[in-house]
Design a protein around this ligand. Structure first.
Ligand SMILES: Cc1ncc(COP(=O)(O)O)c(C=O)c1O
Length: 424
């Protein structure tokens, strides 16, 4: 396992680079991404799975982080790509992904978007019978997949549970055969089946139960329609430890137990040997990135001690959106004495906190804080709220670092806008 953060005499370093020097060169708030850590995470999952079954594909779930250099890193490693919007397909193609390595899984998709996807020649993963009908009115693709709701969801927050009773995603079992039969009758030749049960899952059990259900549904489809599946995709959602001391996702056990179940069931259900696909996002990029932010203000109220930093929920929304914990280090801490702080951003809302009641070493104005594990759903969920230009992103590898996304400027705040003629 690559350890990214190290303590040197003066301050912390990330992948061998001094946090202070990175902040000095690129300014803050700054996302710093390690290419080698992404490669390491991808290969750990790939090797664990291929040890158990020889037809494996990892679809990197682009929504976690769509920086082109991140996408390119994974394209070069041989990853496939899970896109959930036409924009992600566009970015994946820009990063060099061939269309036959992209799977589109969308919900509430517009017809012009379907046309773009068909023209792009990517495989579409159907989310509803309604979407199937619209698609088949446009054209009959050679290959299709259906997202199934296996009636079991899991995840670190209720908004991240994407299967089960409350979920808007996928087809329910009673509609599945109808969907496949219609696609087959219309002329679709190749088929896949898919599920994604949620995000931030730390145990293997939900995958085992849901995979079992998915395979049973695949069996039913095979029996009723005689369809031969090319691939079976059990989704992403594998979690990472955010809190110190938390156990990591057990990749080896996941691979052994899932592949064991898969091999038994595809034989028992006579499903031939379809490719087994997974589509992790967070697992691959989450730990590969840190957010550097500078302390502007220290403020003591009668009740609280606030650290005011230059990254708010415009830069990292997970703490307020999901009540998510991100570990924070003080780069230049030269004391082991601690006190309790709220770490607040510059956004004009009381909820703008990166951490609440967090014990940290004594902090001074001008210090740098390092917010860990921000590679997934960090930049990709950032915004210009409060008219704050978005942060910059830097990629590091061995002895090199380079700006891979410029910091936005005020010009980006007015891009595409104009004042109505009648107001002038
Ligand atoms: C369809 C689909 N696949 C994969 C993922 C990846 O999830 P994670 O980043 O938790 O692995 C998501 C995320 O919500 C998703 O919606």
């Amino acid at each position: 396992m690559i350890q990214l953060i190290k303590k040197t005499d003066q301050c912390l370093s990330f992948a061998g680079f001094s946090i202070s020097k990175l902040a000095e060169k690129y300014d803050t708030p700054l996302y710093v991404i390690s290419e080698l850590k992404i490669i390491d995470n991808y290969n750990r999952m790939y090797e664990a799975l291929t040890k158990e079954y020889n037809k494996i594909r990892i679809y990197y779930s682009a929504k976690a982080n769509t920086n082109l250099s991140v996408l390119k890193t994974l394209e070069r490693e041989g990853a496939y790509l899970d896109a959930v919007s036409p924009g992600e397909v566009f970015l994946a193609k820009k990063a060099g992904f061939l269309s036959n390595r992209i799977l589109f899984t969308g919900t509430s998709v517009r017809n012009d978007e379907l046309r773009y996807l068909l023209e792009s020649n990517v495989t579409i993963n159907i989310d509803s019978l309604s979407q199937l009908n619209w698609l088949l009115k446009i054209t009959v693709p050679n290959q299709l997949s259906f997202r199934i709701n296996p009636e079991l969801g899991a995840g670190h927050h209720e908004s991240c549970i994407t299967a089960g009773k409350e979920a808007k995603f996928g087809l329910w079992e009673d509609e599945v055969v109808k969907g496949y039969q219609k696609a087959k009758n219309t002329g679709v030749k190749n088929f896949g089946i898919h599920m994604h049960i949620g995000s931030g899952i730390m145990s293997v059990e939900p995958y085992l139960i849901a995979t079992q259900r998915l395979l049973k549904i695949a069996k039913k489809v095979r029996e009723k329609t005689k369809i031969k599946f090319q691939f079976i995709n059990i989704g992403g959602g594998m979690g990472i430890p955010y809190k110190p001391g938390e156990a990591p996702f057990d990749t080896e056990r996941f691979a052994q137990e899932i592949c064991g179940l898969y091999k038994r069931k595809i034989k028992e259900y006579q499903l031939n040997t379809p490719v087994l696909c997974v589509e992790p996002g967070r697992y691959i990029v989450g730990e590969a990135c840190a957010l550097i932010t500078r302390v502007n203000t220290i403020k003591q109220t009668p009740y609280k001690m606030f650290i005011g930093v230059d990254a708010g929920f415009n830069t990292l929304i997970r703490p307020i959106m999901y009540d998510a914990y991100h570990h924070i280090l003080v780069s230049t801490a030269n004391t082991s004495e601690e006190r309790v702080y709220d770490v607040a951003g510059p956004i004009c809302e009381s909820g703008d906190l990166l951490a609440k009641n967090r014990k940290l070493p004594y902090v001074k104005e001008g210090d740098l804080l390092v917010v860990l594990n921000t590679g997934a759903y960090g930049y990709s969920m950032s915004s210009q709220y409060n008219s704050r230009p978005r942060a910059a992103e830097v990629l590091v590898k061995e002895h090199k670092h380079v700006l891979v996304r410029k910091r936005e400027t005020f010009k980006d705040l007015i891009r595409g806008q104009r004042i109505a003629k009648w107001l002038k």
